[in-house]
Design a protein around this ligand. Structure first.
Ligand SMILES: C[S@@+](CC[C@H](N)C(=O)[O-])C[C@H]1O[C@@H](n2cnc3c(N)ncnc32)[C@H](O)[C@@H]1O
Length: 317
């Protein structure tokens, strides 16, 4: 089984929730009967990598709207060793640079990354992709909180994170990730593109940008596009259509608006007739993210929760 872990930090990453989410996986997945895995908002892919450590996923379809994220996944999949050459250089340079000079190093990589976007043909893999993927990982590991944010001109503008140490080049994990991604289909696309990949033998995990839990919270933009109530409702319609027409097992995460307002029934209405569970997460609880605490998050499924099958019982382990 795979030993791969997420190779980037990503806002909304599900690492800390994995133990709880596992409980709610469909029985067929726990028994190893489902082998198609679809994750249309893949981000850091915490669930995909955790699942790969437990079952043999035969077909994986991983997609996200973020062009540079998907470019990086594709390079990790196809040219990991070439990318590691760049990362090794970055690691040496970062370690050898005095703390008070690291911001300059960060800014020069960031500037290069922003300029290079005009030269990249996102449709066809090239050497440009390899250096760009390495820059993406460098910036992800050294910027403030691993954020990915673009300004109105499409420039990455997250500041340096002032880390004493940064694990920029993790060769062992990148090679394990590459192996785990070997047969995966990795696509830059809107989530609706997964439709044709789904059948009754699929497990689909949706982890869209969360609905902000307070009216004052800023919208998280990962790509320059926003995900407001209108988009949340369109996603709910897509979920219901999949349920009716494909017979796949569907699981979806989102924020729980009742953390802020007990009368907010947005998701109960949008997912009427489906199972809605609450799991507990450590998240920023105010809009500037300064205060952290336990809040609940929602997990929505189109299949029953079967507590008898709490433990994984994989036949193909
Ligand atoms: C909450 S994050 C996913 C976190 C991920 N599950 C993890 O563990 O790291 C949401 C992702 O959705 C992507 N996204 C936003 N709008 C999208 C859309 N319309 N279609 C596909 N992906 C989208 C963002 O780029 C972001 O990576």
């Amino acid at each position: 089984m795979s030993k791969a872990k997420p190779f980037i930090k990503w806002v909304g990453g599900k690492n800390q929730l994995l133990g709880q989410l596992e409980e709610y996986y469909p029985q067929e997945l726990k028994k190893g009967a489902i082998k198609n895995y679809i994750e249309p908002f893949v981000g850091g892919g915490a669930l995909f990598f955790a699942l790969s450590q437990k079952i043999k996923i035969e077909n994986a379809y991983l997609s996200d709207l973020n062009k540079d994220l998907i470019l990086t996944y594709q390079v990790v999949q196809k040219r990991p060793a070439d990318m590691l050459d760049f990362l090794e250089q970055y690691q040496k340079e970062y370690d050898a640079t005095a703390q008070d000079k690291r911001n300059d190093l960060f800014l020069s990589v960031r500037q290069h990354f922003n300029l290079q976007r005009f030269e990249v043909n996102y449709k066809k893999m090239s050497d440009n992709w390899v250096s760009r993927a390495a820059q993406f990982i460098f910036l992800n590991k050294t910027c403030f909180n691993g954020l990915f944010r673009l300004n109105a001109r499409g420039e990455f503008n997250v500041p340096y994170g002032k880390y004493k140490t940064a694990a920029i080049c993790d060769e062992q994990n990148i090679m394990a990730v590459s192996k785990t991604l070997k047969n995966a289909e990795i696509v830059q696309a809107d989530y609706t593109s997964c439709w044709d990949k789904i059948n009754e033998n699929s497990f689909v995990y949706f982890d869209p940008p969360y609905r902000p839990i307070s009216a004052t919270a800023s919208f998280t933009t990962y790509t320059g596009t926003v995900f407001r109530d209108k988009e949340q409702i369109e996603l709910a319609s897509f979920f219901k259509k999949l349920d009716r027409e494909k017979g796949a097992k569907l699981m979806l995460s989102n924020s729980d608006p009742t953390n802020e307002n007990v009368n907010d029934t947005f998701f109960e209405t949008a997912y009427l007739g489906y199972n809605i569970f609450k799991v507990s997460a450590n998240r920023a609880v105010n809009c500037n993210g300064e205060k952290r605490g336990k809040i609940s998050e929602l997990l929505i499924t189109n299949y029953r929760y079967e507590p008898r099958t709490l433990a994984f019982n994989f036949i193909n382990k």
